[in-house]
Design a protein around this ligand. Sequence first.
Ligand code: PEP
Length: 260
Amino acid sequence: MNKNQYLIAANWKQNGDLKSSIKLINNIVKLYKKAKPKTDVLILPPSIYLGAVLNRLIHHKIPRKKISLGIQDISPFSNGAYTGELSIDMARDYKCSYALIGHSERRHTFLENDKTIFKKTKLSLQSNMSTILCVGETIHEYNKNLTKKVISRQLKSALLKSMNLIKPNHSKLIIAYEPVWAIGSGKSASLKDIVDVHNYIRTTLNKILGLKKNNIKILYGGSVNDINAPSILSLPNVNGALIGGASLNSKKFIDICSSI
Ligand code: PEP
């Protein structure tokens, strides 16, 4: 995959307020225009600020192909009586072309299970959204050498029954490998572990799809910053990154986008 196909995604999580979100996107755009990174850039703001962030992108004449918008989570149902939930169609109203599914904070803090994540993944793929499925092991699982087992289970449970949706267009599916223990800890996985797990994900996807090769992007996430990004992004089978903490700093984020 060449640099133009790399994806760098900013997951702002539940941080900031309206004023700081507008300031952050304005600063990102300013630096983006100067640095002109070759990578695809994706912003996942808190959903309630999607409209405000979209307005700033329009104001700065940034096409959605250059800086895309995504939703941090979606409802497992298309619409109806589900208080507090947001649908794919609602996200589309704000020009979201990506949906993040199964983030470790959804799995572990909000106790989403494999079944819910399967439903969300299917719904997102059915709606032709670019679907970022997050997988990753806890520290307990890592220490017990269970990483591959856990990842295999998470991939198979989310994807196996949606093969008919994935096969015609691989590029709509993106996998983010995010070891739970590396998220927000300041300690990313070792380069060796990243290569090993990304290779394993690639092979497992080939098995699931019944193919010899596939061009599904595999992102790494977990304490990526402007210092470690160049070495992580140059690894085989790493096609981009999902950035939490460092994406709240416009300079660090654009430095990461420009580091390949
Ligand atoms: C994340 O939450 O997806 C993430 C990777 O966070 P951080 O970069 O802060 O580790």
